[in-house]
Design a protein around this ligand. Structure first.
Ligand code: PLP
Length: 398
């Protein structure tokens, strides 16, 4: 049965911060719990770590790394964080609309590539990246037509080879720079390539960046705040924190790979819990297989619980036969290939398990905890990838 949207939880559709697909479905199969007080505490711990004089730009791109950008940004605003970064203009517009009427600064990481994008950025008070001479010229043209000064950030490429002026492009950029141009430079920044794994390379990038900034300023470019570090850089090369940091992962209480034991990481709380229900239980004899491809074969009579979550919800198929799942305060093994909407766990050692019980895919259940970092290690990927791939079908609850 579907319930009318208007009466769901007494909240009108356009006001509800959560995701629409599930608001139409009052029987969640799997869901994501967002601990906004953990977010609040993490933001405060990170601000204390970087120092009150530095700006904490909260990175909430990719729907706040799968946590839900409007809910996360709202909680961060309440924690006193008012600088947000998203990737695209679309993400920026969604966030502005969701938090209408509340003052905050909002920056996109993609440089606009057409005059229309620059205009939309201006309409929504979005601060854009200039990463090339062409981008600078386009910004100036649109600003003139618009009759407004555009707030922009200059990105320098110091080794990522992705966005930003290269060392060779700085001279022509400076030659074209016009002091009366209708743009307001908000910051100069760069991005590190190996901050979690190679401090020497990170220091080299930082050194190149500061040299480039000197060149810019010597040629008349205005003094602006400087930033370089994201989560890993903040932990591994403290001097890279400069005037501001762009922090994502740590805010969500997740450690960059290899930095789990850093004192700051030990102090942060995971924000996200992902849970699903047991929807069926069976006992299979020794030798019987589980799921597609028969990639698990029971070595003993095995009690199997089926959970209402699968790869369509963002549970990586690569975790097949690898992942721990928490149930009744214990970790149990996932068995058989992860299906589109279901996956199976071995509950032979948990005879108390019943249909309707709640399993935890990410997060804590009593003494048992499944960390995003653990799943990322099992898949040889980054924690970012695990949470950003969480699907829209899992309802986010506060
Ligand atoms: C340019 C830039 N800055 C900052 C971040 C935030 O990184 P982290 O989540 O590791 O803090 C990212 C993330 O991908 C990024 O691309």
């Amino acid at each position: 049965m579907l319930i009318p949207v208007r009466v769901f939880a007494g909240v009108r559709r356009e006001e509800h911060p959560l995701n629409w697909y599930n608001i139409l479905v009052p029987y969640p199969t799997n869901w994501i719990e967002i601990d906004t007080s953990a977010l609040h505490e993490n933001a405060q711990a990170i601000q204390a770590y970087i120092g009150a004089g530095r700006t904490l730009w909260a990175v909430v791109k990719a729907d706040a790394y799968g946590h839900g950008a409007p809910v996360v940004a709202q909680a961060l605003l309440q924690a006193g964080i008012s600088h947000f970064i998203v990737a695209s203009l679309n993400e920026a517009v969604v966030l502005r609309e969701a938090l209408k009427g509340q003052p905050f600064r909002l920056m996109t990481l993609y440089p606009p590539t057409t005059p229309a994008e620059w205009r939309t950025a201006a309409e929504y008070a979005v601060e854009s990246v200039v990463d090339s001479l062409d981008g600078y010229r386009q910004a100036c043209e649109v600003a003139k037509v618009f009759g407004r000064t555009l707030p922009v950030h200059l990105e320098i490429d110091t080794g990522m080879s992705r966005l930003g002026l290269t060392a060779e492009q700085i001279e022509p950029f400076l030659a074209a720079l016009c002091p009366d141009a209708p743009v307001r430079w908000q910051s100069v920044f760069t991005h590190f390539a190996c901050a979690d794994s190679n401090a020497e390379f990170t220091r080299e990038q930082l050194h190149r960046f500061l040299q480039d900034v000197e060149r810019l300023q010597a040629a008349g470019f205005p003094r602006t705040p400087l930033h370089a570090a994201a989560s890993a850089g903040m932990l591994t090369v403290a001097e890279s924190m400069l005037d501001a940091v762009r922090c994502g992962l740590l805010l969500y209480g997740i450690a960059p790979t290899g930095l789990e034991t850093h004192p700051l990481c030990q102090n942060l709380k995971p924000v996200l819990c992902w849970r699903a229900r047991v929807i069926s239980i069976r006992t299979i004899p020794e030798g019987q297989s589980v799921s597609y491809g028969a990639r698990f074969r029971a070595e003993r009579p095995t009690r199997v619980a089926t959970l209402s979550v699968g790869y369509a919800d963002g549970y990586p198929i690569g975790l097949t036969n690898l992942a721990p799942i928490a149930l009744h305060g214990t970790l149990v093994p996932q068995i058989g290939r992860v299906c589109m909407d279901m996956l199976m766990v071995d509950i032979t050692d948990l005879p108390q398990t019943r249909v309707g019980d709640v399993a935890t895919l990410i997060g804590r259940d009593g003494d048992a905890e499944v960390r995003v970092e653990t799943l990322a290690r099992l898949l040889n990927t980054t924690p970012h990838e695990i949470t950003t791939r969480l699907g829209k079908r899992a309802r986010r609850v506060g």
